[in-house]
Structure formats: structure tokens, C-alpha cells
Design a protein around this ligand. Structure first.
Ligand code: ADP
Ligand code: MG
Length: 373
């Protein structure tokens, strides 16, 4: 059964009728450009083949009835404007989007995006809900419309779920195209679709889920954002994108944080150039440099991520780095496809040697954005 079929089946089992429709949106992995979205930077994600699907039927009594296998059922009143746990990611989108004429819905969710692994199951959920509401309520879903949906999903995650994420996840889930990476510009809102076909070049983007749930809401992510804001203020620029160098910063911590942001943005520009020229193999050293910068300057890596990255590179990956917010979650390794099995074995063995959870693997092929299914 596909994920969309699972959502429909859950809907029928839970609500005793058919949904009006089913929509899905992908998880994502960011090739490079980490912790720069909220600094006016550039990111270069691809959407994953894994999706979250929502089956939806509208109600007329201002209630939201939400079901997702493995999560507690939630029934709530639209007037409450408050939801806890996973319901905040769904109801938050309703409240921040405020679609015209919307008076409640039954929603069933199914997903094969790993949850809490830094692959953005949260945005996959938000954006599939947002697209469903937009199509049901007649909001535009062209490029500009999807930009507005992404913004509403960011507000949902920030204001209702309490996670201060910066927009990378939601924009990727809504705008990605199959066979393309997405160069996202967070200074001017621009997006460029760059062909990204690792498979035909004999390459695989291997995603390593360390099995250590990332701890995004625990304050570290917010603290990094505040440090970046402080560095931006002290350097007298609008965003760190405009800062020629972090050198004038006397505070050594803020200096390192700003150095990560400015060097990471430069690495994204280099990576985009390589992709445009079809030189995927040469991404490797940029991934390695990105990881070192996130580990040493931004200090958002952890033992599990460093272990996975080091083992992948030692086993022959062309490059590897942590992805997502950090402090757990996932890493990627750019691998010759024929070496993937060896690299997986090496990463698993390295985790076992340190008594860390057994990692799981998936292969990321650049997939499409939110759609009806
Ligand atoms: P990530 O986005 O990296 O997977 P987050 O902590 O940002 O991790 O989001 C995970 C949260 O999103 C879950 O704890 C849950 O509240 C919600 N969520 C994600 N996927 C689903 C789903 N299929 N069903 C219900 N809630 C989900
Ligand atoms: Mg998330």
C-alpha cells in the first residue's frame, strides 16, 4: 500500500466514510547550507521520496478530528486556537492560514518520513495539510500561492508548535521538483531548480538516521538563532549574508557562529556552481567542510553524528556531513553507488563500537513537492 492509500484506509476506518481527497508532501534532506536559512542565507535541499499523506473531509461544526497511526487521536474546537503535541502541527496550519469558509475537518495522516530524524516530518505534515486546505478552500497553489502556504506553515511551527525553524523545510516540501535540487535564497525569497541526478552518475546520497531523535525544541536551536541575531546586530548588517567577514567580533563564540554562517553560505554558492556544471562528485569536500564548520564553529553536532560522518568518510564516502538542526538526527554521505553497502556496514560497526543506537539508512533521490495523490 502506498502512503496515500494508507491515509485513505485510516480515514475510512476512523470516520466511516470516504475522504474528499488526499494530499501528500515530502520530507527533505539539505545537501548543504545548514543553519543559514534564518540568517538570510542560501540552502540547497532535495525532497525525499518519503512522504506524509493526509486524507481530508470537511466538517461544518468547527471541529478538527485528527488521526495518525502511532499518535493519540485528537478532537478539538477551532475556536480554541491552542493545541498540544502533534495536533499543533495540523491545527496551527489551519489557524495561521485561516482559509476562507473553512469550518472544520476530519483528517487522517499516514507517513513514511522518519519522525524526529532531522528529515522534516513536521514540515511534510504541515505542508500536506496546507495544500489540502488551499485546494479545498480555493486558495491559489501556483508558485506565489505556495510561497504563502510555506509562510503559513512556518508560522504554524513557530507560533503553535513552538519550534523556531526558519523556512527551509516548508519551502522545500512545497516547491521541490523531481530530479532537481532547490537553491533557496532566504534574502530575496528566490528559488532556482538545479538538475540533480546522482543516479546516472553512479552516485548515491545516503542518509544515515542515527536513531537519536534530534532535540530541536530543547532550546539549543533557539539559542543559536539568538547568537546569530546578536552577531548580525554587532556587525551592523541586516543579515550575515551581507557581512564581508566576522573578524570584527570580539566575542569568540559569536565570532565562530558568524564564521560558520558566512563560510557555509559561500560553500552553498560553490556547490550550486558544481551542480549547474554537472560536477556532482566534487561536492564531497564541501560536505566535509560543512560538517567541520557545524561541529567546531556552530557546535551543533554530537557523538552520534560525528561517528557516522567519520566512519562514512573513512569507508570511502566522497564527503559526509550532519544535516538538519543538529544534536542528533541524520547525516548524509555522498557515495559511489557501488560502495554504499560497504559504507553502511562501516557506519553500523562504528556505532556499535561506541554503544550507540544502530543507525538506519535510506537513499535520497531528488523527488517532487507537495501534491494531490
Ligand atoms: P522532524 O521534522 O525532523 O521529523 P520535528 O521535531 O520537527 O522532527 O517534528 C516531529 C513532530 O512532528 C512529531 O513529534 C509530531 O508531533 C509531528 N509529526 C510528524 N509526523 C507526524 C505524523 N505522521 N503524524 C503525527 N504527527 C507527526
Ligand atoms: Mg521538523
Amino acid at each position: 500500500m502506498t502512503v496515500c492509500e494508507q491515509a485513505r484506509a485510516l480515514f475510512t476506518a476512523q470516520f466511516g466514510t470516504d475522504p474528499e481527497g488526499c494530499w501528500c508532501a515530502p520530507g527533505r534532506v539539505n545537501l548543504i547550507g545548514e543553519h543559514v536559512d534564518y540568517a538570510g542565507g542560501l540552502c540547497l535541499p532535495i525532497a525525499l521520496p518519503q512522504v506524509t499523506a493526509v486524507a481530508v473531509r470537511r466538517r461544518t461544526d468547527n471541529r478538527l478530528c485528527l488521526r495518525s497511526s502511532g499518535f493519540d487521536p485528537v478532537d478539538l474546537d477551532l475556536a480554541d486556537r491552542r493545541a498540544d503535541g502533534w495536533a499543533a502541527y495540523v491545527a496551527g496550519v489551519v489557524w495561521s492560514l485561516d482559509p476562507p469558509g473553512f469550518t472544520g475537518a476530519d483528517i487522517a495522516v499516514a507517513s513514511d518520513v522518519p519522525v524526529g530524524a532531522g528529515l522534516s516530518s513536521s514540515a511534510a505534515l504541515e505542508t500536506s495539510v496546507a495544500l489540502a486546505l488551499a485546494e479545498l478552500c480555493g486558495l491559489p497553489t501556483d508558485t506565489a500561492g505556495r510561497d504563502r502556504l510555506a509562510a503559513a506553515c512556518v508560522r504554524a511551527e513557530n507560533d503553535y508548535a513552538g519550534a523556531p525553524t526558519g523556512g527551509l523545510d516548508q519551502r522545500t516540501a512545497l516547491h521541490a521538483r523531481p530530479g532537481h535540487a532547490l537553491l533557496l535564497d532566504f534574502a530575496d525569497g528566490g528559488a532556482e531548480h538545479i538538475p540533480f541526478d546522482a543516479t546516472t552518475q553512479g552516485l548515491t546520497v545516503l542518509v544515515v538516521d542515527t536513531g537519536t531523535g534530534h532535540r530541536l525544541v530543547d532550546g539549543q536551536y533557539g539559542q543559536r538563532r539568538r547568537e546569530v541575531e546578536e552577531a548580525t546586530r554587532l556587525l551592523g548588517v541586516t543579515t550575515l549574508r551581507d557581512a564581508p567577514s566576522p573578524d570584527p567580533l570580539a566575542d569568540p563564540v559569536l565570532h565562530r557562529r558568524a564564521r560558520h554562517v558566512t563560510t557555509e553560505i559561500a560553500r552553498v554558492q560553490d556547490a550550486a556552481r558544481l551542480l549547474r556544471d554537472g560536477h556532482l562528485r566534487e561536492l564531497g569536500p564541501l560536505l566535509d567542510a560543512s560538517h567541520r564548520s557545524l561541529r567546531d564553529d556552530f557546535e551543533v553536532s554530537c557523538l552520534e553524528l560525528d561517528t557516522a560522518v567519520d566512519a562514512a568518510v573513512a569507508a570511502g564516502a566522497l564527503g559526509a556531513r550532519m544535516v538538519g538542526g543538529g544534536f542528533g538526527g541524520s547525516a548524509i554521505a555522498l557515495c559511489e553507488t557501488q560502495r554504499v553497502a560497504d559504507i553502511e556496514r562501516a557506519v553500523t560497526a562504528a556505532a556499535a563500537r561506541r554503544d550507540l543506537p544502530a543507525p538506519t539508512f535510506l537513499r535520497a533521490t531528488a523527488s517532487g513537492g507537495a501534491r494531490r495523490c
